[in-house]
Design a protein around this ligand. Structure first.
Ligand SMILES: [Zn+2]
Length: 503
């Protein structure tokens, strides 16, 4: 018997076998069960994710001798004929090469005749967006009110190009790219059934290379078997498709997150010299950081849809290396690079420079973070002052009146200058916190102090903030992109700020 490629041999035959399109198969099965079958369906989605397969399964479900049924038998003449694309009552037409109005007239001629041996006469038009406008228009009237025995199933990779008048006459289903996890599981199932020994990392590499298309993944598997036989490892897949290994990719991401610039340069040099595709590397790195962000923001459950357990462990470890806003920044830089790569003359240089920028982005803080920490410091200071206020009344006379709170050690003395009651009501702490992120919330009198950048000048108060409070500044010194230590900025800001709080 002639060899049959895996994608055809393992083409799903029932709705339950279809991978990753549960939202579509469930609706179709319900429609059949409830006898609410529409006269026209439109399947939209990228190549290789199951549009043609779904069209045929739907045709089988409708025309199976034991149907209409959600579980076509696959054994009767109708099912077999449809699966082989040789059933007289199921007419498959490639609209890419039959896109003229005459071709549609041919279809319309056939619509007039009842099915020869089946329940329905079913027309499957693939790549329907390729039809000319005249062809679309010729189809409209019949599509609106076809004879009861006629069903249309359209499939297309470009839903936007299908005329709205056609779309509105169909039940539209948007098929999804199949997740990496789903592809790996399906490949594992097929490899087990075909007695192919293959490692999990090799399956993952195939899935990564197939961009969410199961047919591409199965074609790649076919090619690998032809190349290496039935015992396959990750290195075989990487060699054939020019991919970077999962470990190398995760290490590179780790170097970026740790700000290890020599490590980045070494890895890029090694990958470039071994002939890896830098564009592909960028896309995969971008996907890795996307998954990292999903993990940080939505947790392991959602991330698991797109990664394997090994990848999930790496994501968990790396998620602690940088907060989400820095991952967003890195992702932005990588996306920018992806767009620029097409026109780049020196791809490697662009990759190196961008990854260095990413590493700096991973280790430097944004103004947002500075403000957030400053706000936290302020809130903490206000709380301390409020908590210490009763003692402060007694201590007021013992403390030099023109000294602002400076450190936790000095905290008990601070309320002396700011306690809410006389002798100095003017220096009472504010009850309402000021949001540093909302300048509009500041009172007009604060504006006077905008220019007061001298650390010791607490405008309008006469209070001198000589040394900064020493509390919640983290142990690890953080730098801004200019190389300035954030703590210095915070301290500086706090001196000004201390004056404001005490006004
Ligand atoms: Zn059947």
């Amino acid at each position: 018997m002639a060899y049959e490629v895996l994608a055809r041999k393992w083409r799903p035959k029932t709705f339950d076998d279809v991978v990753g399109q549960g939202h579509v198969t469930r609706t179709l099965a319900n429609a059949i069960e409830q006898d609410r079958i529409a006269h026209a369906y439109l399947f939209i989605g990228p190549r290789g994710i199951g549009k043609t397969t779904l069209s045929r399964i739907l045709a089988m479900a409708l025309n199976c001798e034991h149907g209409p049924t959600t579980h076509p038998c696959g054994e009767c003449d109708n099912c077999k004929g449809i699966a082989a694309g040789a059933d007289m009552d199921v007419i498959e037409l490639d609209a890419a090469s039959n896109n003229k109005v005459e071709d549609i007239h041919g279809v319309l001629d056939q619509v007039q005749f009842a099915p020869s041996h089946s329940r329905f006469k079913i027309f499957i038009l693939d790549e329907v967006h390729m039809l000319s406008n005249a062809a679309f228009n010729a189809l409209l009237k019949t599509l609106e009110e076809p004879p009861p025995y006629v069903k249309f199933i359209f499939a297309t990779t470009e839903g936007d190009k299908v005329l709205p008048t056609i779309v509105s006459r169909c039940q539209r289903f948007d098929l999804r790219r199949i997740s990496t996890g789903d592809i790996v599981r399906r490949l594992r199932f097929i490899c087990n059934a075909e007695s192919i020994a293959i490692t999990d990392d090799a399956l993952l590499a195939i899935a990564r290379g197939s961009n969410g298309g199961l047919r591409d993944a199965l074609s790649a598997l076919d090619q690998l078997i032809a190349f290496k036989g039935t015992d396959l490892g990750e290195a075989d897949v990487l060699a054939v498709f020019g991919l970077v290994s999962r470990e190398a990719l995760e290490n590179l991401a780790g170097s970026i997150l740790q700000g290890d610039i020599p490590g980045i340069l070494r890895t890029v040099a090694a990958l470039d010299e071994s002939g890896k595709d830098m564009r592909r590397l960028t896309a995969e790195l971008l996907w890795h950081f996307r998954n990292l962000l999903v993990f940080q923001q939505a947790g392991a459950e959602l991330a698991r849809q797109d990664v394997t357990e090994e990848q999930l462990a790496a994501l968990e470890a790396q998620s602690k290396l940088a907060p989400p806003q820095r991952i967003v920044e890195i992702t932005g830089l990588l996306s920018e690079m992806e767009a620029r790569l097409r026109a780049a003359l020196s791809v490697r240089t662009l990759v190196e420079m961008t990854l260095i920028r990413c590493a700096r982005a991973a280790k430097t803080v944004s103004l947002d973070e500075v403000l957030r920490r400053l706000t936290a410091l302020r809130d903490q200071t206000i709380r301390r002052l409020a908590a210490a206020a009763p003692q402060g009344v007694a201590a007021a006379d013992a403390v030099p009146p023109r000294t602002a709170p400076t450190s936790p050690a000095a905290a008990p003395s601070a309320p002396a200058a700011c306690q809410p009651n006389p002798p100095r009501p003017a220096v009472a702490p504010r009850a309402v916190p000021i949001s540093l992120n909302e300048p509009a919330a500041l009172d007009a009198e604060d504006d006077e102090s905008e220019d007061a950048l001298e650390p010791c000048a607490a405008p309008g108060t006469g209070i001198e903030a000589e040394t900064p409070p020493a509390q919640p500044i983290p142990a690890e010194p953080l730098k801004t992109s200019d190389g300035q230590y954030v703590d210095e900025i915070l301290n500086h800001a706090l001196r000004l700020f201390g004056g404001r709080v005490l006004v």
